[in-house]
Design a protein around this ligand. Structure first.
Ligand SMILES: CC(=O)N[C@H]1[C@@H](OP(=O)(O)OP(=O)(O)OC[C@H]2O[C@@H](n3ccc(=O)[nH]c3=O)[C@H](O)[C@@H]2O)O[C@H](CO)[C@@H](O)[C@@H]1O[C@H](C)C(=O)N[C@@H](C)C(=O)N[C@H](CCC(=O)O)C(=O)O
Ligand SMILES: Nc1ncnc2c1ncn2[C@@H]1O[C@H](COP(=O)(O)OP(=O)(O)OP(=O)(O)O)[C@@H](O)[C@H]1O
Length: 492
């Protein structure tokens, strides 16, 4: 696309060079610039992007986009320098335009909330697939088409950056995908990543304290989430959550409420709870249906009703959707059960917020036959306020706690754990074993038949980030190898 065409109708000032040049892509990371790209440069939190202009030009940038107007006359470059008022917004617009606004050819559902985005987006994907539709799911766990991970080049984030998002949406269109369920993180919304993505339905799940330090305050975190109500053509909201109710009240968009409680358009009533299953009744204007879900726990039922409501609002019959819901399964690292020969229930779960840890521990406490043992810590360099609260939650539900190491980043894991332990009661039994493998091993070895172990915080992740290194670590593989070792010992 010609630069002149790209800049049409966009507020900007251009200095130097010709605007009759072809632009192939848009890139803000100088090392990734390819010949024909526009390089977008910002002074960031960590780096001054202006220092990377030379590198971007060496890599073949055909233009440089800036947002600091004073630099317009200072920069003497062999390519056009384009000033725009807001680089992030421009990047979003330009990426959508370069890839020809692919979202317009798709039905896009964007899901936001503190907890459950990945789960609900995968549930929506599974339901649509069961209804014979081709669907892409984009989020923390990667990019999937009809349940299979797609091997594409992009930076793994919950909400992809526009330069990757629109390219992947174009790929979806070319591969005849009809629906896309994507996660909308607060950071993604705040940094305009979804501004030019045509969103048909915005789904609001819940709000709890998280990412406060990233945003500066809880108020700003809340405001970021609310952006989705402005971007989406219509909204589907959790009627049981006060933040979602407020979003609904403030929005003039068409809205549909779901929940387990009253005053909602789609209500999921719990009829009977087993150890692994819940029989429910869906009540809605679109129909009524009794069906059995392969999950227990209020939070999981909230996720299911969010997905059912969204798919019903896309025009599918509730009868068929509820039948398909009986086959739903959780995405990788979400209450993932590891079968074993010890007669111990072992689960890996991505709970890394107070609300998530509470939801999962509450659920396991109900189903646990013996003691409930939890292994966890908290990530470093973020949301320090949640540590004491997670400690209090763990103390409320767990019989034994092994404090270990998550991704401490620049912090000392002993200090992180001391902040968690500040939330424990004086009688709480706990032990700190910093090596994550050793902690998991100790939890498994100490468990009696019938006990339940929850390894929380890292779910599907496969790394641990330390001050000076990043190491490969998968909770799943770790548990498997410990179980293997124990089995071999028994056989010897
Ligand atoms: C670490 C971090 O938070 N970075 C975010 C931040 O970048 P920044 O402004 O601080 O930029 P910077 O790193 O100082 O660099 C300044 C400039 O120099 C450029 N640069 C920098 C270094 C280099 O080697 N080469 C180079 O070209 C950069 O591309 C940038 O243009 O501001 C940018 C725009 O506001 C964000 O896109 C960017 O998100 C990065 C991609 C990131 O990883 N963000 C995470 C926190 C994120 O978005 N997470 C959410 C999940 C969390 C949630 O649920 O809200 C997600 O959606 O994944
Ligand atoms: N509706 C819910 N309410 C509270 N906790 C939940 C809910 N759904 C899932 N969880 C908990 O949160 C964890 C993460 O779930 P999921 O990955 O679906 O959320 P997410 O919003 O995508 O998280 P992230 O933004 O960190 O990627 C789960 O492993 C579970 O412990």
């Amino acid at each position: 696309m010609q630069l002149a065409e790209l800049l049409k109708d966009w507020p900007c000032t251009v200095k130097g060079g010709s605007i009759r040049i072809e632009v192939q892509g848009i890139e803000d990371y100088a090392q990734h610039v390819k010949p024909g790209d526009l390089f977008v440069v910002r002074k960031g939190r960590k780096f001054d992007g202006y220092q990377y202009i030379d590198l971007a030009l060496q890599n073949g940038a055909v233009g440089v986009v800036i947002e600091d107007e004073t630099k317009l006359d200072q920069l003497k470059l062999p390519v056009p320098v384009i000033w725009v008022p807001n680089c992030l917004k421009f990047m979003s617009f330009a990426a959508a335009k370069i890839y020809r606004f692919p979202a317009e050819a798709l039905q896009v559902i964007a899901i936001t909330g503190t907890n459950g985005k990945t789960t609900v987006s995968h549930f929506i994907g599974q339901l649509l697939q069961a209804l014979h539709k081709k669907v892409m799911v984009i989020g923390t766990n990667g990019v999937y088409i009809n349940g299979k991970e797609v091997d594409l080049e992009y930076e793994h984030l919950t909400t992809l950056q526009p330069k990757h998002l629109h390219k992947i949406l174009q790929y979806a269109v070319r591969n005849r995908v009809q629906y896309v369920a994507l996660e909308a993180s607060s950071m993604g919304l705040a940094t305009h990543r979804l501004d030019y993505c045509d969103i048909d339905i915005g789904v609001f799940l819940n709000l709890a304290e998280d990412h406060i330090e990233d945003h500066g305050s809880y108020e700003k975190y809340k405001q970021s989430k609310q952006i989705l109500a402005q971007l989406a053509k219509r909204i589907v909201l959790n009627g049981d959550d006060s933040f979602c109710r407020t979003v609904g009240l403030q929005s003039k968009k068409k809205k549909t409420y779901f929940g387990l409680g009253n005053r909602v358009h789609y209500q999921l009533q719990i009829l009977a709870e087993g150890l692994q299953h819940t029989t429910c009744c869906l009540q809605s204007d679109k129909g009524q249906k009794v069906f059995t879900l392969p999950f227990v726990g209020e939070h999981q039922l909230q996720n299911v009703i969010a997905a059912i409501t969204t798919v019903s609002e896309l025009g599918f019959p509730v009868e068929q959707i509820c039948e398909a819901a009986e086959q739903l399964y959780l995405p990788k690292g979400r209450l993932e059960s590891i079968p074993n020969h010890l007669n111990v229930s072992i689960y890996i779960d991505y709970a890394h917020t107070e609300a998530a840890l509470r939801a999962v521990l509450k659920t396991l406490k109900k189903t646990a036959k013996g003691d409930l043992i939890v292994v966890f810590s908290c990530g470093g360099d973020r949301d320090k306020h949640k540590r004491i609260k997670m400690g209090a939650v763990a103390t409320k539900y767990a019989d034994m706690i092994y404090l270990t190491t998550d991704s401490p980043r620049s912090e000392d894991p002993v200090f992180i754990n001391s902040q968690i332990a500040a939330g424990f009661t004086s009688t709480q039994k706990y032990e700190m074993i910093l090596d994550r493998r050793e902690a998991i091993e100790k939890a498994i070895l100490s468990a009696k038949e019938g006990d339940t172990i929850l390894i929380a915080g890292k779910g599907h992740e496969t790394d641990q980030i330390f001050k000076d290194k990043i190491i490969y670590f998968s909770d799943h593989e770790c548990v498997q190898s410990i179980l293997e070792k124990l089995k071999n010992k028994v056989e010897e």
